[in-house]
Ligand binder design. Structure first.
Ligand SMILES: [Mg+2]
Length: 341
């Protein structure tokens, strides 16, 4: 979902979000409803400073709009304000600028020996770490790991996204075998709402592996509850899921204070707008254990940004400050036939 805001001077800012009903309860219809509400609330509003956007989203609108809507609105407002004031949002917000951002690979499906082309592509992109999706049976996942190992060698770290699929007995049986086969991080092993089942898992395996929350942590409150109960030792933040740059940074800082690390994930299908936002976020916080996304036209048939922002050899985007140096989010947006600066 691409959201456009227009200033009184006719300058347009663009934001993006990926509403997912199973993650934040939002879908396109709910987002459009909230956008209509925002249109009434915000038309004519004067915004002069970035800090006013932060206050709007982290205080004024909390509870009124969902996280995806919040993310799209935040990015659109930052883009418009930056363009109007002639400031690069990366430069303004990235207190920890990076020279190089290295992306982790995410395989959206099971891989088998028959998929030579896919495996060849993964190999050539040069990922230094890879996330795979769990199969229905642990044996299937172990088979996938074996196939990947023949291409990637024994050292590339592997993470496993279970996508809420396990029950407690399945977890207790599968985890030791998967740790043995080299899985270092387990993501969202139980359905959202079953977080208490993490307690025996953390007690048995919390010293040997990382257990990362994805769908379980969306809002500040869900982050607080997860951290207080020590259900996870890592969070997978996503800008659309967590409500944009500022709300995601709040969760990051809360986790950091609890000695819990964070990575930045991405929803499948994000355009270069969210990739740019991810690069900005990577400069707003001291340390992310991994960054996902950055696929641009490696995945999309068409991007909405000219010169798609995507990783190159070694799965890296170099010098994000230079890539995003133009005012606003620093992107040239091409929606359909028209080209708008
Ligand atoms: Mg996930």
């Amino acid at each position: 979902m691409i959201l456009t805001v227009e200033t009184a001077q006719g300058i347009r800012g663009y934001g993006e979000a990926c509403p997912r009903a199973y993650v934040t309860g939002e879908d396109m219809a709910s987002v459009l409803g909230e956008v209509a509400l925002l249109q009434r609330m915000l038309t004519g509003r004067v915004i002069e400073e970035i800090s006013e956007i932060e206050t709007l989203l982290c205080e004024e609108l909390v509870g009124y709009i969902g996280n995806a809507t919040c993310c799209a609105l935040e990015l659109a407002l930052l883009d418009a304000l930056g363009k109007e004031k002639g400031i690069s949002i990366y430069e303004a917000l990235a207190n920890f600028p990076q020279q190089v951002v290295t992306y982790a690979g995410v395989l959206p499906m099971a891989v088998s020996n028959q998929q030579e082309r896919l495996l060849g592509m993964i190999y050539h992109l040069g990922f230094r770490e890879i996330k795979i999706k769990a199969g229905i049976e642990v044996a299937e996942t172990l088979g996938q790991i074996e196939v990947l190992r023949t291409w990637l060698g024994p050292k590339v770290p592997l993470r496993l996204d279970v996508n809420e699929a396990w029950s407690l007995p399945v977890a207790m049986d599968s985890i030791p075998r998967l740790i043995e086969s080299g899985i270092e991080v387990f993501e969202q092993i139980f359905p959202k709402g079953r977080e208490a089942d993490m307690e025996p898992v953390m007690a048995s395996f919390g010293q040997d592996a990382i257990f990362m929350a994805d769908e379980s942590v969306t809002t500040l409150e869900s982050a607080r509850e997860a951290l207080d109960n020590k259900w996870f030792n890592r969070l997978n933040l996503k800008l659309s899921k967590n409500g944009g740059l500022f709300r995601s940074r709040q969760i990051y800082q809360m986790a950091e204070a609890a000695d819990v690390s964070s990575q930045l994930g991405a929803h499948v299908g994000e355009t270069s707008i969210l990739t740019a936002a991810g690069l900005i976020f990577s400069g707003m916080v001291p340390m992310l254990t991994a960054i996902e996304g950055g696929l641009g036209t490696l995945l999309l048939e068409r991007d909405v940004v000219r010169d798609s922002l995507q990783f190159g050899p070694g799965a890296r985007i170099k010098r994000p400050a230079q890539r995003l140096a133009e005012p606003g989010l620093g992107l040239k947006i091409e929606l359909g036939e028209e080209t708008i600066q």
